[in-house]
Design a protein around this ligand. Sequence first.
Ligand SMILES: [Zn+2]
Ligand SMILES: [Zn+2]
Length: 120
Amino acid sequence: MPQDERTQLQELEVLHPDTLLLVWKDGHETLYRHRALRESCACAACVDEWSSKAILDPATLPEDLTILRCDRTGRYGLNIAFSDGHSSGIYSLRSLRDECPCRECTLTRGKPPQVEGTDS
Ligand SMILES: [Zn+2]
Ligand SMILES: [Zn+2]
C-alpha cells in the first residue's frame, strides 16, 4: 500500500461536537475524541517552542468542550477550532494517522515487529 494513501484524507466529518471522524484513502477510519485532540495541540500557545514542554493544563479545559469546525489546511494538515476559543492548532495528517487511537492501530503500535517462529 502506498504510504500516501495512509496519510491522505478521503473524508472529514465532525460526527458529534465531541467526535471527529477521519476516513483515509486506504479505507481506514479513525475516530478522535475532542479532548484528546485539544490536549495534543502542538501550537505555540500550548507547547513551549523552546523547551517543547506543555503549557496547556488539560485540567483547565472546559467540561463542555466541543469541536466547532475542522478544515483541511494545505495537503498535509488539519486546522481544528474548539469551543474554548482555541483555533490555532494545526494537526499533521501523518501524525493523526500514526496516533490513530483505534484498537487495531493501538495493538499494532504496542507490538514490536513480528518475527516468524519466536512464539513460545
Ligand atoms: Zn494550541
Ligand atoms: Zn486505526
